[in-house]
Design a protein around this ligand. Sequence first.
Ligand code: NIG
Ligand code: FE
Length: 413
Amino acid sequence: MKLLTNAEQIVTCNTNGKNFKKGKEQSELEILTSHTIVIENDLIKDIVPVQSIKNPSSYEVIDLRNKIILPGLVECHTHTAFAGSRADEFKMKLDGVHYEEIAAKGGGILRTVNAVRETPLPALVELIKPRIEEFISQGITTLEIKSGYGLDFENEIKLLHAIKILDEIYPIDIIPTFLGAHTYPKELRANHKGYLEEITQKMIPHIAKNNLAEFCDAFCESTAFSAEEVDLIFSVATEHGLKLKLHTEQFNNIGGIDLALKHNAVSVDHLEVLNEEDIPKLTSADIVCDLLPGVSFFLNYQFAPARKLIDSGAVVALSTDYNPGSSHIINFHLIMQIAALKMKMKIEEVINAVTINAAKSLTVNESVGSIEIGKKADFSVFNTNDYSDIIYSVGRNLNCMTIKNGEVIFSKQ
Ligand code: NIG
Ligand code: FE
């Protein structure tokens, strides 16, 4: 057995078994001082006052004096599986050209698709490795990665294979999402029916049969997939046992919210242009609203209405959306800091958004996302005496130790 002891604070994000935080609850963190976490195998066995451990020498002890412990961070929306660079488009964006305009001219996602198609599987795996290591060094113990830059059978499956290989290499949990409906590939731009058949008749059945994804996602936007098109994809995905997520309300409102609710999606992601009248629908369904402030920052675009959502009783999570076009930001801590500074989220709300609510967005909230007895021994340890410093130290990553399933998988002085 192992002890994590002497930490200045244990930020448990305790939910008393509810396993998510909604509305007002999102600002509640439970902070324990002078407590020790007892780990048995890969689980949290107990959380007890420091002095109640009578014979610490019979345990393996990790002394966390001058440090604080949080649940392992959960990053629930990334496009980490990409090749190539779009720095040239970034320059155009700095000169004022709009993201959607670049995409309409054949740039954007399709540029990255070309790069992925040209990269063989082993090279793709090597490209992605340092990105995963960077996430781990920030305290992330559960990481979602989407496909979506292959856009044909061979290359979507290649991306999902790369994600599977990486999950086997690294000790963190890497959760794969199929995003074949990211945009229409250039060869089928004028043949939506053809690509929808490819997705529903070939890709989804193969992915489900070979257990290559847990979730099916789609980009519901006027430049990508209509609500009717996503409706078809979601019906087939559900028949094949995939859970659902939806990119929606980023630039337009074309029916994505109602569609996600109709199909019982676990999350709606983006929501920068969310209509006020749609908020009560989201709050009554307890669907996770996964907000991506890095996109607004990177594209110099409006932020999702985080304050209104939380004040109305929504379940809010936060993610990097790490990708080469709209949020080339791999720093999860910077995302948390932007959420506090630009979306007026309280520090406590931000912390719950990247732990327990992000875990709900991946349906792993019964086993991770908070420090509660019986959950997995996943922790992020920060080099500070107080949790506010995580947000106050803008641009910095104060994580100094990452623990997954009870094992230290990253540490630095
Ligand atoms: O979540 N919106 C669609 N997909 C990504 C952007 C992908 C890209 O530009 O490469 C997003 O913002
Ligand atoms: Fe995204």
